[in-house]
Design a protein around this ligand. Structure first.
Ligand code: SAM
Length: 467
């Protein structure tokens, strides 16, 4: 009997016996069972399965899309199965989520989405649920996502819950994002933001000043003077990235670091501090800026392994930068009135980077915010004590949540009204940006970047000075 020739993808799969759907399934299981981060795990799994090109793209969209829209699909699955999600076997549920995304979120033909996904159930040693999975997927396949969404919205009146169902965000998070937009009088942008949170971000690169030029990396990004979009392929393979002269970094993070380094002209000999530096993305840009200005940067990080990442990040820029391991809350007492510029890129919920962390919105809860807000307040007071009178402090979060951003700043300014003054971060960014930035109108000159408006993570930037 003659055998049919196999496609290169099929030949590789025969060798490694991992299909794109299996890779996606394995990552979903690791996210559920081991609290794994999909964006860290998937690249390894793709390499191990030797998937590339269209197969890797399919596995990536299937993994990230399923994780992002998980809550939405769970509602669809519960409806189609006629039982609560909690009553469905965990392995079968992950298979159903993958099937739902192929049927409702990707243009996978229904016969392939159902057939190949049911096959996953067999391989996952959950064969006893094969009939159930098959039946539920066939029910889901009868309608498209718009029809399912209308069905799920029936009888739901709360606007945040409705937006959450339609755009796959938990209602508490919709509520917080709405509040954050309303601070700027831009509540009408909520749907645009939720849609943007569901899209994969484009990779942006930073050309570190003195080491590389943005033009050499690809198309320039609209705002950051050191930003570019990777021309093609894996950015890690770009020689300037490989040598450490350029970095993969969100454009919003670039602007946050530059808001500090370029808030005013730097003098030689200035002392700069990156208080919460791990893993070192902004520290690398600050180190390049400090070197050009003749300033001296110190980086601090509380987690030793993350401090090591900072050392690695700084190696190609300025290996002389001191990297310390320590609790940033102690620095104000240890080194009062010492630094001319301080970056406090505070530990936060990361709710501004939902595009990059597909499972995050379902893992975080409203209860995560308060302990982080307390830590942010303590770190900010410590940073303030370590700032020289007349110095510049940048308070930055990759979360737009009002409790982590404006509320922290308001409380500080109320407590230290005679000692601390806000600086106009929007004016500083207007002077840095290559094209005009629409930054809304937050109090105290604060700047809030947004995925839907700027194509960046939702970075919050407040500049402060000490009188
Ligand atoms: C948002 S991340 C900083 C990101 C970094 N600036 C970058 O661009 O790569 C916050 C960091 O603060 C660290 N951190 C948390 N609590 C801290 C503390 N009490 N003192 C110093 N660092 C802390 C975390 O380990 C984390 O690495």
């Amino acid at each position: 009997m003659t055998q049919r020739p196999q496609s290169p993808g099929a030949q590789v799969r025969a060798r490694t016996s991992a299909t794109p759907r299996q890779v996606a399934f394995d990552v979903l299981r690791a996210v559920a069972d081991d609290d794994a981060y999909a964006n860290l795990l998937l690249p390894t799994r793709l390499r191990r399965a030797r998937l590339s090109g269209a197969d890797a793209a399919f596995a990536t969209e299937l993994t990230y899309g399923t994780l992002r829209r998980r809550g939405h699909y769970d509602l669809v699955i519960a409806h189609a199965a006629g039982r609560a999600i909690e009553a469905i076997d965990a392995v079968a549920l992950d298979v159903l989520r993958l099937g739902a995304h192929q049927l409702l979120g990707m243009s996978t033909p229904a016969h392939a989405a159902v057939g190949e996904t049911v096959e996953l159930t067999r391989r996952a040693r959950a064969a006893r649920t094969t009939g159930f999975v098959n039946a539920v997927l066939r029910t889901i396949a009868r309608d498209d996502d718009a029809v399912w969404t209308q069905r799920l919205l029936e009888g739901v009146t709360d606007p945040d819950e409705r937006a959450g169902i339609a755009h796959a965000h938990p209602a508490w998070l919709v509520h917080a994002l709405r509040a954050a937009l309303e601070r700027e009088g831009r509540g009408g942008e909520l749907d645009d933001l939720l849609v943007a949170n569901n899209a994969a971000p484009r990779v942006t690169l930073t050309a570190l000043p003195g080491l590389s030029e943005a033009e050499a990396l690809g198309d320039r990004t609209p705002y950051s003077p050191v930003g570019a979009r990777s021309a093609a392929g894996d950015p890690a393979g770009h020689p300037l990235v490989a040598s450490g002269a350029a970095r993969v970094q969100d454009e919003g993070s670039q602007l946050a670091a530059l808001a500090l380094s370029r808030a005013r002209p730097a003098q030689a000999g200035e002392r700069w501090l990156d208080l919460c530096a791990g893993p070192g993305g902004k520290a690398a840009l600050l180190a390049a800026e400090a070197r050009a200005a003749g300033a001296v940067l110190t980086a601090n990080e509380v987690v030793p392994a993350r401090a090591e990442l900072v050392r690695r990040a700084l190696r190609a820029v300025d290996p002389a930068v001191e990297v310390r391991v320590g609790d940033g809350r102690a620095i104000g007492d240890l080194e009062p009135e010492t630094y001319d510029r301080i970056l406090l890129d505070a530990p936060c919920t990361g709710l501004g980077a939902l595009r990059r962390r597909p499972e995050a919105r379902w893992r975080k809860t409203a209860a995560d915010v308060a302990p982080l807000a307390a830590l942010q307040g303590q770190l900010l007071r410590s940073a303030l004590a370590a700032l020289r009178p007349g110095g510049v402090l940048a308070y930055v979060t990759c979360s737009p949540h009002p409790d982590e951003t404006t509320a922290i700043v308001d409380a500080l300014l109320a407590e230290y009204s005679t000692e601390v003054a806000p600086l106009d971060a929007r004016a500083v960014l207007a002077g840095i940006a290559r094209t005009p930035l629409d930054l809304g109108g937050l109090a105290h000159g604060a700047a809030q970047l947004w995925p839907h408006r700027h194509g960046t993570d939702a970075m919050f930037i407040q500049l402060l000075t000490r009188r």
